[in-house]
Each structure stands twice: as C-alpha cells, then as structure tokens.
Design a protein around this ligand. Structure first.
Ligand SMILES: [Fe+2]
Length: 340
C-alpha cells in the first residue's frame, strides 16, 4: 500500500529538488600551526579544476604533501604545465659536467643518482654543488624570473630514518613576527641573490676556508650577475606580506657588503627558527610535495643515506606568474645565474 502511494505521488517541484553536492577535490589535514598540509586528491585524471584547487590550497598552506600519487615523469610534467610557464634545465646541461639523465628538460634532477644509475659519492663536484640545497632557499631566487610553484616527486627513496627529509619554513609568519620598527627598516631593501653565493657558503668550513674547487672566478658571485628582488613583498595569492629571503641572498643594494651580509644572515636565521618550520618525511614512491617559493623556504636534510642509498627526487618548477616575478631584473631577461 505504501509503495502505491509513492508511485502516485506528484513530482517534487524543481525548487525543492535535493541539491547534488560534489565531494571536495582535495581534503586537507594541517601539519603546522601556521602553514603546510597533508592533502589527499585523486591524480588518476588531471584536470584544470584539480590544479586550480591545488593553487587555492597553496595560497593558504604554502606547502601541500600528497602521498602515493601514482604519477610518473610524463604525467608529472603534463600536470605541471597546467600551473603556468615551466622553467627548464636546458641552459645548464653540459655545463659543470652535468648531463641530463631524465626524459625531459622540464625535470630538475635534485637526487643523488649519477647518469649511469649509481649512487653519487660525497666529494665530487655535483655533490659539492648540491650541498647548497641543505640551506633554506627559494628556488631560482638567483635568476631574473624567480620560481613560483615547485612540484617534487619521489621516484626512489632510502630506507627510513637515514635522513633526506625536506624541511620547510613559513616566511609569511616569519615576517609577521618581526616588530614594527624592523618591518619599517627593511621595507624597501633590494636583495641581490646569487646561486654561487649559496654554493660557496655550503662549501666553506667553520674556519672560513673555501673548498679550493670552488675558489675560482667561475664560482665567484661578484664576477656574475645577481637576481635582484625586493625583500618585502605582497604574496599576491593570499594578500599577506612575505619575507623573500634565501640562502642565495648575497648583499643588500646600497648597503656595505659586510653590513648587508650580516643583516641577511640574521633574517635567514630568523626565518629558519623552529617555530616557523616543519619537516616532510618521504615515505613512498609517488609521494609529491608541492610548495610556493614566494611564501616558503625549503631545504634538504642531510643524512646517513648519502653515498649508500639512492634518493631519487625530480622537480618541475613553475615560473612565478605574479606581477613581481621579474623583480628588478627587467621583464624578459634571458640570462641565467652562473652562466652569464
Ligand atoms: Fe630547491
């Protein structure tokens, strides 16, 4: 009887039809009080809508950690292109003894695997250059057009507990924590960034002695161009203010070299304080970490895996698409740090 009543019931008017609610494209679980989230999404179909949602998540969190995405090189690159203009390694291939062992010039090889597939041994030139990555930095701060979003995908990982995490710092929170007088003081500073500065500092011992392999004009920051960017900038996606400081920062325009370097060291140490940082432990092949270089810093954590186990991580780098991408370097400049 009840079913007959249902069959004879008039149709529900459109106005009260139940609303179909789509599940969210990404679920977020915060990793730190001010930034970073573990995020879950379905990467089996990559759509512009998914990429837009990742961008929205980055605007708030700065760093997103996706586990076991199932992405490979080709889909990693394909998805990255939806974020904007991609940086490429073509200008660097062949220089400094580097060969590209990967399938695409859009993939930056930041792991420890040699072109012949063996584990990179400490002390070689490539190892010395990659030591810069142990220090907090923003990708491509040294180039005329800085990096916006980076996407780092795990292909092979060392056993657990041997180091190799990636640590992040929240530079919006670091700026916010400065007192008003300090904010006023640094407001108009222009920072001159050099990849060579970071590489030299990473290979200088506690007595100030530089590794002789880098004690050449080729690695002298003063003999090359600097990527100039304002220290204090609006992070356009969020409207918050960011402290754009990195280990590449060499001096402050218009300030003595010594004073500028002292000030920049202090600001970098401030941004790297424990309350502004957290570490991502890589767990599985396919783990993907996406971050916004214009509101965070990152560094690779050294460990006992070095020289023994492969840590094969590959990064795509999206040029900054904001109005401040080119800093004070002139829009359209094509030179690259260290190759000029
Ligand atoms: Fe990096």
């Amino acid at each position: 009887m009840a079913s007959a009543q249902v069959m004879n019931a008039p149709p529900i008017p459109d106005a009260v039809q139940p609303v179909k609610i789509s599940p969210p494209l990404i679920l977020y679980k915060p990793l730190h009080p001010t930034f970073g989230a573990e995020a879950s999404a379905d990467f089996s179909t990559i759509t512009p809508e998914l990429v837009d949602e990742i961008k929205r998540g980055l605007s708030k969190y700065g760093v997103l950690v996706f586990r076991r995405t199932g992405l490979d090189d080709a889909r990693h690159v394909e998805m990255s292109k939806l974020f904007g203009d991609l940086d490429d390694i073509a200008p660097f291939v062949g220089g400094l003894g580097q060969k590209n062992r990967l399938s695409s010039d859009y993939l930056f090889d930041v792991g420890n695997v040699n072109p012949d597939g063996t584990v990179m041994q400490p002390g070689g030139m490539r190892d010395l250059l990659l030591r810069c990555n142990y220090h907090f930095h923003a990708d491509s701060a040294f180039n005329p057009r800085r990096a916006g979003i980076s996407l780092l995908l795990a292909h092979e990982l060392p056993p657990p507990c041997l180091g190799g995490e990636t640590e992040f710092a929240d530079t919006r929170a670091a700026y916010q924590a400065l007192d008003d007088a300090r904010k006023d003081e640094i407001h108009d500073w222009v920072v001159c960034n050099s990849q060579l500065n970071c590489r030299r500092n990473a290979n200088t011992d506690e007595n100030g002695k530089l590794n002789p392999l880098l004690d050449t004009d080729e690695f002298d920051p003063m003999k090359h161009r600097f990527g100039k960017h304002r220290l204090v900038q609006e992070h356009e996606p969020s409207g918050r203010t960011n402290l754009y400081i990195a280990a590449h920062a060499h001096h402050v325009e218009g300030m003595s070299l010594e004073e500028g370097q002292k000030q920049l060291r202090g600001l970098l140490e401030h941004a790297g304080r424990p309350e502004f940082t957290f570490k991502v432990t890589w767990k599985d092949v396919g783990d993907l970490v996406v971050w916004d270089n214009t509101c965070t810093l990152h560094r690779s954590v050294p460990g006992n895996y070095a020289g023994k186990y492969k840590r094969d991580l590959r990064r795509t780098t999206v040029h900054d698409m904001s109005s401040q991408a080119w800093g004070l370097n002139g829009e359209g400049a094509t030179w690259r740090s260290g190759l000029d």
